[in-house]
Design a protein around this ligand. Structure first.
Ligand SMILES: NC(=O)c1ccc[n+]([C@@H]2O[C@H](COP(=O)([O-])OP(=O)(O)OC[C@H]3O[C@@H](n4cnc5c(N)ncnc54)[C@H](O)[C@@H]3O)[C@@H](O)[C@H]2O)c1
Length: 264
């Protein structure tokens, strides 16, 4: 088991990519601390696999909650091997319509959270010997589809933060994953059912992999970057998008035909 004797924190583990990552770590024997804002989502996670599952309601966009969680991990476990900064939701708009409240909420969970998790957990991660941070960014940080403000901006910034940490928080590995379109609740919330089905159709037609991504596609990349097999990989950005961001047609089709429901 690749993660036996390792302690892993996955934020936003109640759904989608975080849930798939938590399950994959459990299957590999880890002690998984799964956090989310929504208690009912955490309660629905079953403790499969060899590992130990511990669920905590915690707001990944609130510095006080982050400091409290970090203190609890130090007291309870005295170690942390992997931090997966995954929690998120998408406020999508164009720059001319963006709302200040949405902007602040988006930056809190996608950017402030990861910064303060690193602040409070870096020492524990370093002590573990091969501590690793995996930040979930987005392929939207590479491209500029309609209506991705301020989401794409926050995702681009977390990429820069990751690079800074490589130099400024040594003794811990820091890597980023940029998922493409992955079948999770975040898309349904941002686009609605009809447009999400449209995105799936476009993905099947034009994305080089000929399908949308699954949460497990991202979870396996998270596990690799967090594992000892990746112990010399530091500052890498792994794009896991079936080739979408390399294909101008797919990008312009998705950007032109499908609009987020949060647009004014
Ligand atoms: N699905 C995609 O197409 C896609 C693409 C690129 C990047 N991402 C990123 O992947 C990550 C996971 O998203 P997902 O697709 O699995 O969506 P999801 O909605 O299925 O899961 C996100 C989880 O984060 C939790 N969450 C939201 N705000 C939180 C907060 N303040 N504190 C704690 N938990 C919170 C939600 O309750 C939810 O359980 C996000 O950072 C998202 O931006 C997703």
């Amino acid at each position: 088991m690749r993660f036996s004797d390792k302690t892993v924190l996955v934020t936003g583990a109640g759904s989608g990519i975080g849930l798939a990552a938590a399950r994959a770590f459990l299957a590999e024997g880890a002690t998984v601390i799964a956090t989310d804002l929504h208690v009912e989502r955490l309660e629905a996670i079953s403790a499969e696999g060899e590992g130990e599952l511990v669920c905590r309601v915690s707001d990944a966009g609130n510095c006080e909650a982050i400091a409290e969680l970090a203190g609890w991990i130090a007291d309870e476990y005295g170690r942390l091997d992997v931090l997966v900064n995954n929690a998120g939701f998408a406020h999508m708009n164009n720059p001319e319509q963006v709302d200040e409240g949405e902007y602040d909420a988006q930056m809190a969970v996608l950017l402030k959270g990861p910064v303060f998790y690193v602040k409070h957990l870096a020492a524990l991660l370093r002590e573990s010997g091969n501590g690793s941070v995996v930040n979930i960014s987005s392929a939207s940080a590479l491209i500029s589809p309609q209506g991705y403000c301020p989401y794409g901006l926050a995702k681009a910034a977390i990429h820069k933060f990751t690079e800074d940490c490589v130099v400024q928080v040594p003794g811990v590995r820091h890597n980023t994953i940029m998922p493409g379109f992955i079948e999770t609740a975040i898309l349904l919330d941002a686009y609605g059912e009809e447009a999400t089905a449209q995105i799936a159709g476009v993905a099947e037609a034009v994305v080089p992999a000929r399908r949308m991504g699954k949460p497990e596609d991202i979870a396996s990349a998270v596990l690799f970057l967090a594992s000892d097999e990746a112990s010399y990989i530091n500052g890498t950005n792994l794009v896991v998008d079936g080739g979408m961001a390399r294909l101008n047609t797919a990008v312009s089709t998705l950007a032109g035909e499908v609009q987020p429901v949060t647009q004014n």
